[in-house]
Design a protein around this ligand. Structure first.
Ligand code: BES
Ligand code: MN
Ligand code: ZN
Length: 504
């Protein structure tokens, strides 16, 4: 999608769709640049057919002469943008309006689109609003149809938006930068959605490795992939144990960005790359098991965020690690009762082979902390069904041993419309993981299942500042929004990470 910012529409410019963003209270009549477009909206408002609420849409075709270079004119409500609206509320509203615009474009198959934004008094707020509007349009335009044959009638028609033009008179250079940042964040999110949409037989640990290598190839990132033989030598007992019931070898995929600043701080990102979770010997029920192809969304999010890191080159180091495997029940599979040894020699008694995410993350966290001495660690994982019981599909759970960074992370999440809610940790929860035969056991019973899972990870992190984000309820089936595919993978975490990194 090409995005243009210009101070005027231009006499010769033509497009499939010209969109006016209409404020509910002011109805933005003056903002409608072409006088001949005004009667429609005035009449529609009079008749109450168009209220300019943030989900209102109106399309006008009637008179070829007045439309001139535009095949259609669309009026898109943005609700009332009043002075007391909170920054995050406005951001989210603009993303949703963006999603509405994308839906309209899909419906009328508009590929070249021109937008007259709403008038907003504060220029900063305006720029932020256009950032979010752009994100919403880009994210709403997303589709995954790789494995679906196109019907003849639709051949070549449904290509999405190819060109977006904003009309604005002030601070055009700044606005250009803002929309390109929005585009990068949205693009990276769609990369994560693409990985997640690939099924378990197509997106394997090898695919994570390939993706990381291709990112490194086109940027200044360094990619390292540890293969099974090396993982054995290194003592990655958790990742190997989970992989032991599978025909498909595991990988530990690492992408490193190094800042030119030698004294720079280091941020470590770790993502659960479980390419299919059958539960292993503690096998899951059949109903809904197909969704367990999404168990790699944490890994997808951290690699996708590295896209933006490579592009924006922050002043500190960022390393992303993805432990990748599926969880199967072949004859060599891990069994309940087995005792394994993690990277760093901590031993674990396996109670349930379906609590596998923590096993692969433990190795990756221990290795990453030892190797990179990070100042802060964030891990993302579709870790527990329990977090869905606690928070549903509207917040990701966050668990941390560090208040300062976690506050910033939560703030980043809310700014992005990816809200996080902090849940506690503590020695009483850790006790639930005490084992009679090993240093720790891999499940802590039904109570506080999301917290005991986090405590398992905590064991491998120790005092290093760290936050764990449990995205089991939000990686797919996330709160229904116009810019998030209904039911499908949301790409959660990518924009929060990018936002956090921009402010770290
Ligand atoms: N990947 C699942 C968690 C999950 C469940 C994510 C549902 C999204 C939707 C994880 O590996 C798992 O199976 N966790 C178990 C842990 C239990 C055995 C202690 C769970 O939550 O049931
Ligand atoms: Mn599992
Ligand atoms: Zn899992």
């Amino acid at each position: 999608m090409k995005i243009i910012v210009s101070s005027s529409i231009g006499e010769k410019y033509s497009a499939d769709l010209l969109i006016y963003c209409i404020d509910q209270k002011r109805k933005d009549i003056a903002n409608i640049k072409k006088k001949e477009h005004r009667p429609t909206i005035v009449k529609a408002c009079e008749l109450g057919d168009f209220l300019a609420k943030d989900d209102d849409l109106l399309v006008d075709y009637d008179n070829e002469k007045t439309l001139k270079n535009f095949r259609r004119v669309g009026y898109v409500g943005v609700g009332h943008i009043h002075k007391r609206i909170s920054a995050n509320e406005l951001r989210e509203r603009m993303r949703k309006v963006g999603g509405n615009i994308a839906t309209l474009c899909k419906k009328v198959k508009a590929s070249k689109v021109c937008i007259i934004p709403p008038e907003i008094a504060s220029e900063n707020t305006f720029q932020e609003s256009i950032y979010c509007l752009t994100e919403g349009i880009f994210l709403g335009d997303y589709k995954f149809s790789k494995y679906k044959k196109e019907k003849d009638a639709d051949k070549g028609k449904n290509k999405g938006i190819s060109e977006l033009k904003y009309i604005h008179q002030k601070n055009i250079q700044k606005l250009r930068k803002v929309v390109s940042q929005a585009k990068l964040a949205a693009f990276s999110t769609c990369e994560a959605r693409n990985m997640a949409n690939e099924p378990g037989n197509k997106w394997t640990p090898e695919s994570f490795a390939e993706y990381a290598k291709s990112l490194a190839k086109k940027s200044a990132l360094k990619c390292t992939v540890f293969e099974k033989a090396q993982l054995k030598k290194m003592g990655m007992g958790g990742l190997l144990a989970v992989n032991s019931g599978s025909e498909t070898p595991p990988k530990l995929v690492i992408l490193e960005y190094k800042s030119v600043n030698r004294k720079a701080k280091t941020l470590l990102l770790v993502g659960k790359g479980l390419t299919f979770d059958s539960g292993g010997i503690s096998i899951k029920p059949a109903a809904g098991m197909e969704d367990m192809k999404y168990d790699m969304c944490g890994g997808a999010a951290v690699l996708a965020a590295m896209n933006a890191v490579a592009e924006e080159k922050p002043q500190f180091n960022v390393t992303a690690i993805v432990p990748a495997t599926d969880n199967m029940s072949g004859s060599a599979a891990l069994k309940p009762g087995d005792i394994i040894e993690h990277y760093g020699k901590i031993t674990a008694e396996i109670i349930n082979t379906d609590a596998e995410g923590r096993l692969i993350l433990a190795d990756a966290l221990a290795y990453g902390i030892e190797t990179y001495s990070p100042d802060f660690v964030i891990d993302l994982a579709t870790l527990t069904g329990a977090v869905i019981i606690g928070l549903g599909h509207h917040h990701s759970g966050v668990f941390s041993n560090n208040d300062k960074y976690t506050e910033k992370l939560i703030d980043a999440g809310f700014r992005c419309g990816e809200p996080l809610w902090r849940l506690p940790l503590g020695p009483d929860y850790r006790k639930q993981l005490d084992s009679k035969v090993a240093d720790i056991k891999n499940t802590g019973g039904r109570p506080a299942g999301a917290i005991t899972a986090a405590e398992y990870l905590h064991e491998f992190v120790g005092e290093t500042p760290w936050a764990h984000i449990d995205i089991a309820g939000t990686a797919w089936n996330f709160t229904e929004k116009t810019y998030i595919p209904n039911g499908g993978p949301s790409g959660i975490g990518v924009r929060t990470l990018i936002e956090f990194i921009r402010k770290f």
